[in-house]
Ligand binder design. Structure first.
Ligand code: ADE
Ligand code: ZN
Length: 319
């Protein structure tokens, strides 16, 4: 099933499929500590967010040139289009590349080579969201925002990702204020592994418009009531939650209860190369395993456009 949908929670580095990882490793003379794609796939067993992040950062070593980022983005856009994605708001993690000596320009220009022609080539409109790594310092985030200034015409907003627990949103108050002053939209991962209080803090201190994941809001009734009242979108990633063990099995996912509570939920893929599925696969999985009706699935697809940063006329065209 391929309902038209927007993807709002997608890390471009998390779309690196094993085959492309090996192709880029060969192209760039990078040695990977895995014999082949099968051996690499076997490493995709995660205990938690950190065990995934270790592999995610390790494999980024193969991304070195503009062409690499272009190929990565084109591969994602082709797969996304085949699964009904008409609009994608795409995260990237510049600090993970800058730390390896790959410049901001290489990353943004490389991605843009694919994104700039994506409507023509794939029928998918796109926007870029620069994410700060929350396990790096606030100073590093500020320096990264500074490095992004020449490219702000290509970047719609900022986000916050990587290891959540122990890195509360408040740590990034100043950089979010600076980004807001530059006219950037604001989102943040919160309540994936971290407590519900991080969701409240992301709203109150960082001024975010959407919460990425937000799963753990269900532990706090008052917070749920606030999210419903203020129509704050949550970008849920069901297959990711299972692979990273924030829920035991998909059948236990709180999505139906969240929809029943009136939360503005969307369904997304997070890091599809690692978690077993792209956006349409996530829709199919929740439809089948959670028994969501056609109407519920349509509501989720509709929410994805409502929660997007598309202007209304663009939104109509994407449908
Ligand atoms: N970076 C890539 N995927 C992530 C996730 N699910 N949570 C936090 N940071 C991430
Ligand atoms: Zn994520």
């Amino acid at each position: 099933m391929s309902l038209p949908k927007a993807e709002l929670h997608l890390h471009i580095e998390g779309t690196l499929e094993p085959e492309l990882a090996f192709e880029l490793a060969t192209r760039n003379g990078v040695e990977l500590p895995y014999a082949d794609t099968e051996a690499l796939r076997k490493a995709y067993r995660f205990e938690d967010l950190q065990s995934f992040l270790n592999l995610y950062y390790e494999l980024m070593a193969v991304l070195r040139t503009e062409r690499d980022f272009e190929d990565l983005a084109n591969a994602y856009l082709a797969r996304a289009a085949a699964q009904g994605v008409r609009h994608a708001e795409i995260f990237f993690d510049p600090q993970a590349h800058l730390a390896r000596g790959v410049g901001m320009g290489t990353v943004v220009e490389g991605l843009w080579r694919a994104l700039g022609s994506s409507e023509d080539n794939h029928g998918v409109s796109t926007q870029l969201i620069l994410c700060f790594l929350r396990d790096e310092s606030a100073d590093s985030a500020m320096a990264t925002l500074e490095a992004a200034k020449p490219y702000l015409d290509r970047i719609v907003g900022i986000g916050l990702d990587s290891a959540e627990v122990g890195h509360p949103p408040v740590k990034f108050r100043e950089v979010y204020e600076a980004a807001a002053a530059l006219g950037l939209r604001r989102v943040a991962h919160a309540g994936e592994e971290g407590p519900p209080a991080y969701i409240t803090e992301a709203l109150d201190v960082l001024g975010v418009e959407r919460i990425d994941h937000g799963l753990r809001c269900m532990e706090d009734e008052e917070l749920v009531a606030r999210l419903v009242r203020e129509r704050i979108p949550l970008t849920l990633c069901p297959l990711s939650n299972v692979r990273l063990r924030t829920v035991d099995v998909l059948a236990d996912h709180p999505l139906p209860a969240m929809l029943d509570a009136g939360l503005l939920c969307t369904v997304n893929s997070d890091d599809p190369a690692y978690f077993g599925g792209y956006a349409g696969d996530n829709f199919d999985a929740v439809g089948q395993t959670l028994g969501l009706s056609e109407d519920r699935l349509r509501e989720l697809a509709c929410n994805s456009f409502l929660a997007s940063f598309l202007e209304h006329d663009e939104e109509r065209r994407a449908r």
